[in-house]
Design a protein around this ligand. Sequence first.
Ligand code: FRU
Length: 910
Amino acid sequence: MKFLISAIFFILLTFCSSSCTERNRYVIGVSQCSVDEWRDKMNMEMQNEAALSQKIDLIILSSNDDTEKQIADIKYLIDQKVDLLILTPNEIAPMTPLIEEIYESGIPVILVDRKIDSDKFSAFIGADNYQIGAEVGRYAVILLNGKGNIVEIKGLTGSSPAIERHRGFYDVLQQYPEMNIVFEGDAGWFRDEGGVQMRKALSAHDKIDLVFVHNDRMAKGAYEEATKVNRAKDIYFIGIDGLPGPGEGIDMVLDNKLEATFLYPTGGDKTIQLATDILEKRYFRKENILATSVIDKTNAKILKLQTDQIVEQQNKILLLNQRINKQLERYVAQRNIMYLISVLAILFCILLIGLFRAYHIKKKLNNRLHESNLEIIKQKNELETNQLQLLALSKQLEEATHAKLAFFTDVSHDFRTPLTLISGPIDVLLETTEPQNENYKWLKIIKKNVEVLLRLVNQIIEFRRIETYNVKLNLTSNDIDDCLKDWNLLFLQLTQKNKIRFHYKTDDSYFTFMFDLEKMERIYFNLLSNAFKFTEKGGNIYVGLSKIIEDEQDFIQITISNTGNGLSDDDINNIFERFYRVESHVTGSGIGLALVKALVELHGGSIAAVSKNNLTTFIVKIPYIKPQESVNKVEDRIVSYEIFLHDKDFEIDDSGFDNETDDKYTMLIVDDNEEIRFYIRSIFRNKYHIIEASDGEEGLHLAYENNIDIIISDVMMPKIDGVELCTKIKEDIRVCHIPIVLLTACSLDEQRIKGFESGADAYISKPFNPQILEVRIQKMLENRQKIRKSLTENAFFQNQNVLNISRLDDELILKFRNYVLERISDTNLNVEDISSEFGFSRAQFYRKMKAITNQGPNEFIRTIRLNRSIEILKSGKTVSEVAYEVGFTSPSYFTKCFKEFFHKNPSEIY
Ligand code: FRU
């Protein structure tokens, strides 16, 4: 940009300087006193010279012999700020002060032809008028031989040439006493006035020999006047100026009108040269006298020729000058155009350079932008990396928290097993101990504390379940007021023991709404237990129940307050965090309030703690769901497992249960805990053959090797865990029929689901009631038996769905059935071939078929043949035809078997 400005400035300066040079030409003002041929010639000479010099502008004014007008002209020229003034003062006296003033003001003044009465001017140029006057006198003396009457017609009396010419003339004539000036008259340089003065002289003097007229113009008038009276031929007329041109001085000599004229040089060119010298501070003379000479018959002709030529040359020069001027004008115009084009070209270049620079700057900026973009991207990536690190850190933290929780859960599970081992035997002992017995009391205490411990352990497990989103609400319609009143009773003993005043207050609302009773109980017990724990002896506990509206929604609000030390702000902010423990409260696991919060939030509610004036208050808000509203869909889903695991278990139906079986079932117990195995064995040992395995791998091996009817397995085990064991068994055709009960401390829903996904037939959590477990196992085996029975009775099933056993078993049975049907007339169907065809050893296949159908393979082949025979019999074929067709070797054996199986004769089927 800077470059652009300086370039424009440079162009303007160049343009301006050339224009300024034009304007700095010298302006010269010229003030002429008269308008006549002599002055015209002088003006022309000045103009030509100025044109030649090419640096002078002339302003020429003429005052028509009027002194007043000339003064005005001069002032005008000064106003025009001329650099130099050239003037011919009309009269001496009135002009002198003005010229002095101008000269003193610093403007150079050149006097031409006429003088003033002062030397305050720059230079004078012109002929010596005294000299001319004297020359005329001497010429007259010669003409008249020193004797005669002379008339003198003078120029303007006040002008210097008139005065000096007269003096020169007079001074010469003085020397000749017979040369008499008989008449003197002032004709003011005018032709007509010359005539007037001549008339006067003629009338005054009869004899006039010579007339000296101060210029040719006035001489013309005088001659004409003399001619009029026919006296011209007797008189010599002598004039001054000697101008070339028609009718002018030289012509008048040649025409014999003048005896002679004296050259009075105009010197216009020399005046301009002098002016230039002055203006350009060159050396110049103050007095510049131009030469003069006489023109008479002797030289007039030559002079005329010469002057005519000069005039012609001058005219040509003038023409040339005009042309040059035109060329100059054209040149100036072209130069200006060239300047303009140059300016435009330069501007265009500048523009191009500007564009180029702009492009480069843009490119640079783009590069910088690109770089900064890269930097930003780098920073963004760093930020993202940081974010990822932070995320990873928070994930790690979260994982650590989960791990912590998982650890607590695992520990809780670990607690559960021994607790189960304590609780179970105690139940047995309590059953077998008389209440009067001393030990009964101890057993009761142990039982009670085991329950407390189990409750704590369950609480941790419950929280874990909520954390892993495995808990759903079981909404039922209840009156919360009634519930709170019931639960309050349980704390009565504590109020008495600790002398705590307990206040319970409700408003008049209707408190029946949908909520999870069990979870609400957990919430309330936790909060109230907390309140009791931290209330000092003699303190107060306030429980309030009300119905409130917030954001146009109804809530049930329970407030539980207790007096005591209160909580700090820090405690209030963190009290619901997992594992947060209030400093002043040293007891507790730090999970109770987090569990309460989780349970409240599960209801869509909120919980807050406030501590003020030593009163700590927990405010629970649970959304009010009207009792008539349909129960949350989730409830149905939840109950499915519950019903399966509990409801059915508790509704013990003994009707079909056969205790008297001779053939004992074989039970495989898989658990890494020897005590648990012992405990389970003690439950079942009387009614089952027991095989034990200490891990999943051993369990799987034993399942293959033995004819197992039921497997009870722990979940968490070394090598192969219970779920994997279950999956492996259920995916292996050889053993997939064996029902599996997963029995573990892991009561979490997610593990249950995993267990069922693996194909477990039941999932029973510890601690379990031994009787319930026993009945549950019995029921499962009974169901198996029923399925087997229906299979053998219905061996001719068409639709695999009717089997309703495991998928692999379904497939096996169908495959087996089809295999037999395709070869039904073959009496030699070989079990060994079939079992190897199906990928079993003969023994395995026998066990497998026995387990599924309660029949050996041969027996089951016969069942198929018999079932098929019924269909063929119905088509009208004879018993013997049918017997062979279904692969019996003899119709009598067929009839025997048929009768045994269907309790009918084949002939009865039509
Ligand atoms: C021209 C003129 C000349 C004369 C001169 C004297 O104006 O009258 O004829 O010689 O002036 O100044």
